[in-house]
Design a binder for this molecule. Structure first.
Ligand code: GLA
Length: 810
């Protein structure tokens, strides 16, 4: 029984830097915290195989819970300004504030001032407090009712003249439906709020055990979505937080009024990123459009209407903390948004209406709230992450200072970009972070340079540091000023005050699309990298001494995953254990022994920024899985929680027909799913999938394979599998799309190699690498769709001693 080595020391997430370019399949800045496992555990690892149906093409790319949100939701929420002290009248006044032309916002084409709604802030969201109250919270028929003060009979909303000249008359607010009717008349949408538990936050009644009935009630009242909190949700109703919310997802997507009229509601998950077995960024997209990734950005007592002088206490560390926790770029896509909580910018949040500055409270001379620079950064940080932009401020009284921030249409456009890429952290030196977001127009990026420190910082970068080639035209999106050009040699320097940021738009450069190919050679693992225009020479990673400082030599081929956080390589060592190493900041780390007894090469897939899954074949011929992930915490989380480690046990994934697999498995991850493929004893390709937090069983995909398969996915909803086929040994290709399903035949790519191929995908380009029959490295590549591609020899001299493995760098 061999036990593992000591953990390697990776850079702390807060200080690590890696100037790699961003893209969709990013992953982690993280630490390997341990460890190895006994061979016995691997062989007898529990077979946690759930036999559910295989994924079908019908799986929607935009989940039902995303209704009405093809880009991140924007609007206003009642929680931080009103706390529990809300009334229908107060909500209506804030809705009117969104819809009314605001003298602090730009002019429309007709010369009228725009409203916040004209800029996209259209979602009016009621939060906790609407049914806080005594008694059961339900009427005799069990229908949930608002608290006694929420709907004072006879109260009126305001008449509003919209920027297009239409006047919306005042409405009486006698019923919940009166409120949604008014919100809708203003051209806005209305959101309801409840809790998974039988009680909610602060002791009010929740929807636990009344879920279906309450969804019908919300549909009757005309709401468009519902935020479902988790204060009373433990213990869970269906066994896990995920199962509870998936039930909510299906209830809301299929909602009907009590008259039986379909009225789908979108869902917003609020369980603060604590859910097990995975965080909601992994499974939330199957049920909802947004999921909170951290705790409330402030729990400070005192709200806009209460005794603290009209300000909720928000400070910089809370903003930075929730921003860091929201860093899940692999889990964001159209209709699926990571949510770092609301925007506490403007009146009510330390923004003195006269000066836009922090203010004191009564006799307390401490300056509370955020500085103007911090408020500006807060908004830029949410926009670069493609977060929901939900204001907490007093909308009718928006000041000029805060309007200049939340009304900046260029910054809003970055958040609302139709490609829905979450920005990625490409540089972090401990004082300065650089975030980069690919925009829908090719070659266009938004870049946020942020001073996270409390002293002034000067920082400069080139296009190369951002993963771009060529020359970019640069614009400052906060001021609109043109800043000339940035190139691979001509850097630009910025000096930023504490917590200050600058948001730039870069146009005209081209993506580097770098990648690295790894292959065993006589001296170790050799790597060769493409920087967007040329290949590097081979560089070698030594394999250490077998069984002590490294794998010694490799059996089979390495497995590779890559991200903005580095490149992770996994190999089967001479001792048959799984060994890992990470390339980061231009250097390899130490080898880490992850244990187990492998009988084939490993394969790895990265499901998110903070998660890698490695799959191996053990001596029983079956597949086992080990996971490196951020462990969701159960209770209140510190602002910078990051408990990342390898799971200690192996999870069994069995084999097709409960027999064995032939050769090595291959795994590929894309938006919220991992697909695992293997060659069965019948030589056919088999597939097993982890979709939004749940495993399917094994399903046959056919073909007659003569090697292990390899799979790639550069886009959500698309997978390509390659393998050598019998009887020719030529490489074949099988394709899947979420909309079209599997291609009916394997395409023959017309060339044979030695052993299994490897593949990588960058954007629309797919690269397949083989160890050719003369042991040199050959590449097949295809740009766009279809089976037509080109073969080329990459190096005629270096001889490979095993099969290659390729990783595209995001
Ligand atoms: C929790 C949520 C907040 C808010 C309050 C209401 O704290 O995280 O967003 O909904 O409950 O009580």
């Amino acid at each position: 029984m061999s036990l593992a080595s000591a953990p390697s020391n990776r850079p702390d997430p807060a200080t690590a830097g890696f100037p790699a370019p961003p893209a969709r399949t990013a992953r982690p800045v993280r630490r390997i915290a341990s460890l190895a496992l006994s061979a016995a555990i691997l062989v007898t690892g529990s077979l946690a195989v759930t036999a559910v149906s295989a994924p079908t093409p019908a799986e929607a790319m935009v989940p039902p819970g995303a209704i009405g949100a093809t880009t991140p939701p924007m609007g206003w929420n009642s929680w931080y300004f009103f706390n529990n002290n809300i009334t229908a009248k107060a909500i209506a006044d804030q809705a009117a504030g969104l819809a009314t032309p605001n003298a602090n916002l730009a002019l429309t084409g007709t010369g009228t001032h725009k409203s916040l709604a004209d800029l996209g802030y259209r979602d009016v969201s009621i939060d906790g407090g609407w049914w806080t109250g005594s008694g059961s919270g339900r009427d005799a028929s069990g229908t949930i009712v608002p608290n006694a003060g929420f709907l004072p009979s006879g109260a009126m909303s305001k008449a509003v003249t919209l920027s297009n000249g239409t006047t919306v008359p005042a409405h009486a607010l006698n019923t919940m439906k009166d409120l949604t009717d008014y919100v809708h008349a203003l051209g806005l949408k209305a959101g309801m709020y409840t809790d998974t538990g039988t009680t909610g936050c602060g002791g009010q009644r929740g929807s636990g055990n009344n879920e279906a009935k309450d969804v019908t009630t919300f549909a009757d009242w005309g709401y468009d979505w519902v935020k479902v909190d988790h204060c009373g949700g433990t213990p869970t109703k269906y066994g896990t937080v995920m199962a509870d919310y998936k039930d909510w997802g299906s209830l809301t997507a299929n909602a009907k009024s009590s008259a039986g009229v379909a009225h789908p509601l979108a869902l917003e998950i609020c369980e603060w990123g604590t859910g097990a077995p995975d965080g909601p960024w992994v499974w939330g997209g199957a049920a909802s459009r947004t999921w909170r990734t951290g705790r409330d950005i402030t729990g400070a007592a005192g709200y806009g209407t209460t005794s603290n002088g009209g300000s909720t206490w928000i400070n910089w560390s809370q903003v930075q903390g929730n921003f860091n926790l929201n860093d899940h770029p692999s889990n964001e896509g159209p209709g699926q948004y990571n949510d770092p909580d609301y925007l506490l910018i403007g009146p009510g949040f330390g923004d003195n209406p006269a000066t836009g500055q922090q203010q004191t409270h009564g006799t307390d001379t401490t300056l509370w709230g955020l500085t103007p620079d911090e408020q500006q950064s807060y908004f830029g940080m949410w926009a670069i992450q493609g977060a929901p932009l939900v204001l907490a401020t007093d909308t009718p009284n928006l000041t000029a200072a805060s309007a200049a921030i939340v009304g900046n249409e260029s910054v809003i456009a970055v958040d609302q970009d139709s490609a829905v890429h979450q920005g990625q952290k490409v540089i972090d030196n401990g004082n300065v972070q650089v975030w980069s977001k690919q925009l829908a127009t090719a070659g266009t990026r938004a870049v946020l340079l942020l001073n996270t420190s409390s002293t002034s910082q000067t920082y400069s970068f080139t296009t190369q540091n951002l993963g771009l080639n060529g020359t970019a035209t640069v614009q400052n999106l906060y001021t609109g000023a043109g800043l000339g050009t940035l190139s691979s040699t001509g850097s630009k320097s910025f000096t930023l005050a504490p917590h200050q940021s600058v948001m730039l738009k870069l146009t005209g450069a081209t993506e580097q699309k770098p990648e690295t190919v790894f292959a065993p050679t006589a001296t170790g693992i050799s790597q060769k990298s493409w920087n967007g225009s040329t290949w590097s020479g081979w560089q070698t990673l030594a394999l250490g001494t077998a069984g002590s400082t490294g794998p010694g030599s490799i059996q089979g081929e390495p497995a590779v995953v890559s991200s903005a956080g580095g490149v992770d390589v996994f190999v089967r060592g001479t001792d048959n254990a799984l060994w890992a190493n990470t390339y980061k900041n231009g250097a390899w780390g130490s080898w880490v022994n992850l244990g187990g007894t492998l009988s084939a090469s490993p394969t790895a897939a990265s499901l998110g920024r903070d998660r890698i899954d490695v799959f191996v074949r053990s001596t029983d011929g079956k597949v086992y899985q080990k996971t490196f992930q951020q462990t969701p915490g159960a209770s209140d989380l510190p602002a910078y929680w990051y408990d990342v480690k390898w799971t200690t046990s192996w999870v069994g994934q069995d084999a097709p027909n409960a027999t064995t697999i032939v050769g090595a498995p291959t795994a590929v991850a894309s938006l919220n799913r991992i697909d695992l493929f293997a060659r069965g004893t019948d030589n056919a390709l088999w597939q097993k999938s982890y979709v939004s937090g749940e495993w399917t069983g094994w399903t046959k995909r056919g073909g007659t394979l003569s090697s292990s398969p390899t799979a790639v996915s550069g886009h959500p909803g698309q997978i390509e599998v390659f393998a050598a086929l019998s009887p020719t040994g030529n490489i074949g290709q099988l394709s899947w799309t979420a909309t079209g399903g599997w291609s009916s035949t394997w395409y023959d790519l017309g060339r044979a190699g030695t052993g299994a191929p490897t593949a990588s995908q960058v954007g629309d380009r797919i690269n397949v690498y083989i160890r050719a029959t003369d042991n040199t490295l050959w590449q097949w590549y295809r740009i766009g769709t279809g089976p037509t591609g080109t073969w080329q020899q990459l190096d005629s001299t270096t001889k490979l001693t095993g099969n290659p493995a390729a990783a595209a760098h995001p």
